[in-house]
Design a protein around this ligand. Structure first.
Ligand code: ADP
Length: 402
């Protein structure tokens, strides 16, 4: 079965065509500057040169039409016919409190995605446009919505409820949802599978550390905790996001700088995090590490603060699960920065966690990086959200046929 995975952003559309017989990526690409002058499609097929199309894309509908044209192109294409694409899986940011799992798209699903525009103002409208563009260009092909919030929907009320008046929950569904859900689901499941964790010993902490970072705790794949909240702003110090701050900080900046709440939230999302702590040096952890090595005090503060919040969160999650069987690192920093992993894990030496330095230096594949006598097993597992979306798509389309 060929599954097309779509991740539509406000002005971009990423895609991968995956052959689910062997889970191989047949083609992938990116449409940029949708709705803006200078739109461009870059289409990549393994073993071939990139195919670039510079053509107007006033909306996601035209972008989708160009993607399909590239996929069936006699020279650069990978399928003979659009009908060779059996289903489409869409990453959707917010499913509100309605959807706890992925679902085949129908009018009700589209209605819920639309109702969640307020909760995911940048992503949900784009996600819906992506779905509608597929419906328009590929009538009859099933679309599946995979929500980034599904994983967090598994939490218990004492973990997901904010301790604020109940009416805000009942009227507006204000609660902690958590994001990176597709990654946390995929990586926690892969940890159990790859590590062959036996039943009853499947307490897993996943550290998804990238430009956006979040940590989750789960037992046998069911979420216990996750660090992001109503929006991805809550939790860890991130590339440009502040993570947790006292809400009074927002009021103080508004009062003293004459800014609106919206403006301050933009600052907390885009101009904060390690970028701000490093004195606007960079939000990229490689730049910060290089600067720290050269003695830059602000870069050191930014990295120390990032690690501090990661360590605090892991420690808290070990406590709420009464222990932990495996800790897994994933995403840009989690997968590539062995020094960061070592510095974080060394804080848990008192628990008997020990890393093998040689294994900790390996990159690009699933690997157990702890020593055989470590009390907790530690893994690096590259995340693969597209594959997770494609797997859910196959499962749901097959269930719908049965
Ligand atoms: P996102 O998907 O949230 O945009 P990624 O998961 O791709 O982010 O992670 C991007 C971050 O990973 C970059 O900001 C970069 O700092 C970090 N990163 C990538 N490679 C390395 C590396 N070798 N060492 C340290 N950090 C790295």
């Amino acid at each position: 079965m060929n599954v097309l995975v779509i991740n539509a952003g406000s002005s971009s559309l990423k895609y991968q065509l995956i052959n689910m017989d062997d889970e191989s990526v047949v083609a992938k690409g990116l449409c940029e500057r949708i709705g803006i002058e200078g739109s461009k499609l870059t289409h990549k097929v393994p073993g071939k040169e990139d195919y670039v199309v510079e053509e107007a894309m006033p909306s996601h509908k035209e972008a989708m039409a160009l993607v399909l044209k590239a996929l069936v192109d006699p020279e650069h294409g990978v399928v003979a016919n659009i009908n060779d694409i059996d289903a489409v899986g869409h990453r959707v940011l917010h499913g509100g409190s309605t959807y706890t799992q992925s679902i085949v798209v129908d009018d009700d699903v589209k209605k819920v995605i639309r109702e969640c525009f307020d909760l995911g103002p940048l992503h949900n409208p784009a996600n819906l446009m992506g779905i509608e563009a597929c419906e328009a260009n590929m009538p009859g092909t099933p679309n599946v919505a995979v929500f980034d919030t599904s994983f967090g929907m598994g939490m218990e009320p004492y973990a997901y409820r904010y301790a604020i008046p109940e009416e805000y929950y009942t009227k507006y569904h204000l609660r902690r949802y958590g994001f990176h859900g597709t990654s946390h689901t995929f990586v926690s499941r892969e940890t159990i599978k790859f590590g062959q964790l036996p039943e009853g010993h499947q307490r897993v902490i996943v550290c998804h550390l990238g430009n956006g970072s979040s940590i989750s705790a789960s037992v046998a794949g069911k979420a216990v905790e996750t660090s992001m909240g109503l929006t991805p702003l809550e939790g860890l110090v991130m590339g440009t996001r502040s993570g947790d701050v006292d809400p009074a900080v927002v009021q103080y900046i508004c009062d003293h700088e004459g800014k609106s709440v919206d403006e301050v939230l933009t600052i907390l999302n885009k101009k904060s995090g390690v970028l701000a702590l490093s004195g606007n040096l960079s939000s990229d952890f490689r730049d910060l590490r290089d600067a720290e090595i050269k003695g830059d005090e602000k870069a050191k503060l930014a990295l120390d603060s990032f690690r501090h919040h990661v360590i605090k969160t892991i420690g808290g999650y070990i406590a709420v699960m009464n222990g932990v069987d495996a800790i897994t690192f994933t995403a840009g920093i989690g997968e590539n920065d062995g020094d960061m992993r070592e510095k974080i894990m060394s804080h848990f030496a008192y628990l008997g966690i020990k890393l093998d330095p040689e294994k900790n230096a390996v990159r690009g594949k699933n690997i157990e990086i702890s020593t055989p006598d470590s009390t907790v097993r530690v893994f690096v597992i590259p995340t693969n959200e597209e594959l997770a979306i494609a797997r859910d798509t196959v499962r749901l389309v097959e269930e719908a046929k049965a």
